[in-house]
Each structure stands twice: as C-alpha cells, then as structure tokens.
Design a protein around this ligand. Structure first.
Ligand SMILES: Nc1ncnc2c1ncn2[C@@H]1O[C@H](COP(=O)(O)OP(=O)(O)OP(=O)(O)O)[C@@H](O)[C@H]1O
Ligand SMILES: [Mg+2]
Length: 241
C-alpha cells in the first residue's frame, strides 16, 4: 500500500513582517494539510493573515517560522530559481482585480504563463484556446480586457490560471469585485473545475461563498481558529455553464 502525501502541508507556519524596526506577526503557528482534489475556503476578518498565508502557499513568500511542504518537498530548501519554476508549473493564481494585461487580448493573456514554462508559440495558442473553452470564453478570445465585463475578465483570469495544468489554484477574493449573481457564476465555475479533480484554495470574506466549499479554514489574528468540513451545496454543473 502506498500512502499518498498531501499536496500541501503547513507545519507551525508563521510569518512576521519587519518594517522600519516594527514587527507585525501576520500568521502564527498555522498547521493544516490540503489533499489533491480538495476545494477549500479560507475565511477571516480583514488583516487576519489570509493573503499572507496564500502568498506562502503560492511560493511567492517564505514562512519566517515553520515549514511548507509541496508534495513532500520543503519549499524553503529550494533555490529561488527552482521555486520560481515550481511556482510557474504548479500554482495558478486568481485575484480579485483579475490582473489581466490591458494591451493583450484574452488569448494572449491566457497563453502568457506558458512562456515561463518554455512552451512554443503555436502550442501556447492551442492550449490557450482549450483553456478559454473550459471557462466558456472562447468566443471572446480576441477581445481586450476593457471590452469584457468583470465576470468575463475573471473567467479569462481563471483560464490563465488553468493553462499550465497547475497542481493547485489559489484564488484571493475571486468574487470580491463582482455582483452577487456574477460571483455565483464564478463560484459555480470553480465547483465544476473541482469536480474534474482540480484542487482549489479560495480566500473569501463571504460566508455564503465559504459554505459552498467542502471545507473552511478560519483565521483570526493570524491564527487558525477553525477547520470544518461541510456537505457541499453546489449541484453538479458542466465546466462551461
Ligand atoms: N508586506 C507587508 N509588510 C508589512 N505588513 C504587512 C505586509 N503585508 C501584510 N501585512 C500585515 O499583515 C497583516 C495581515 O495582512 P493580510 O494582507 O495577510 O490580511 P488579509 O486577511 O488578507 O486581509 P484582507 O481581508 O483585508 O485582504 C496585516 O496586519 C497587514 O497590515
Ligand atoms: Mg487579503
């Protein structure tokens, strides 16, 4: 029998920022695992350390205490270059503000992460088309961000996050800038992607959104104060719906 490692393990993770001699401990003593195929919400008030935690899970930042393991590898043991490569191949980021490049159309935005994975131009565009199709946006492939609604821009951002077939999608308030109906559509898209096996960690302020994830981690003043598993409310939907 082979024991499967968690995709991500956090062990007593802490992060203290030091600015002008002032230390702010944003995350303290946080431990939990994320298994392959999970969809989990991270909740907590403003300033509770959610984004700090996400930056560490996403290999953008390292813990100042404790350790993070990605498929069993302590990410602090990797060189900066290896960590960047691993990030490009393993993590898909989605932000509240979409972060699309204004001067590039949807398909170019989606294809961009593959440049860092050394994929050739033609294959990049082919895979970007597939990724746009997976989020129901292929019909807008040649539109620029300013020609798209907020919900459409977020779909393009999700297609970009998916393109390198990441181990995990990390989303920081992905519905925070959207009206509730569009937010619900984006959530349904995440749920559908999760049903195809995609692991997703989503930060949210919104309890309504969190209850639709199978598991919720609660942070307060940088500490983990809850880790609950609930019955999902989302019915099965197709990815492009
Ligand atoms: N780069 C930084 N330098 C110094 N302090 C920081 C930095 N980033 C965050 N902090 C501090 O760390 C704490 C946690 O911030 P973080 O952004 O992780 O919170 P959050 O839960 O994501 O909040 P929000 O819901 O408002 O996005 C806050 O007190 C914040 O001021
Ligand atoms: Mg934040």
């Amino acid at each position: 029998m082979t024991a499967t490692l968690p995709l991500i393990s956090l062990r007593s993770v802490g992060r203290t920022y030091r600015t002008d001699g002032i230390a702010v401990t944003a995350v303290r003593n946080v431990s939990f695992d994320v298994d392959q195929g999970e969809i989990l919400a991270v909740m907590g008030p403003s300033g509770s350390g959610k984004s700090t935690l996400m930056n560490m899970i996403g290999l953008l930042d390292l813990p100042s205490e404790g350790a993070i393991y990605l498929e069993g590898t302590n990410v602090a043991d990797l060189s900066e270059d290896r960590r960047s490569t691993l990030r490009a191949r393993s993590i898909g980021f989605v932000f509240q503000s979409y972060n699309l490049l204004a001067r590039h159309n949807a398909i170019e935005n989606v294809a961009l992460p593959l440049v860092y994975c050394g994929v050739g131009h033609k294959e990049r565009l082919g895979r970007a088309e597939q990724s746009l199709e997976a989020v129901g946006m292929l019909h807008r492939a040649h539109h620029f961000p300013r020609q798209l609604s907020g919900g459409e821009q977020q779909r393009v951002a999700i297609a970009r996050a998916l393109i390198a077939s990441p181990l995990i999608i990390l989303a920081d308030e992905p519905t925070g800038a959207l009206d509730s109906r569009t937010g619900a559509e984006i959530l349904a898209l995440f749920a559908a992607l999760n049903q195809t096996g995609q692991t997703i960690v989503m930060i949210t302020h919104d309890p309504g959104i969190a209850t639709q994830c199978r598991r919720t981690i609660h942070l307060h003043d940088g500490e983990l104060v809850g880790d609950e598993t609930q019955i999902p409310l989302i019915p099965k939907r197709s990815v492009a719906s």
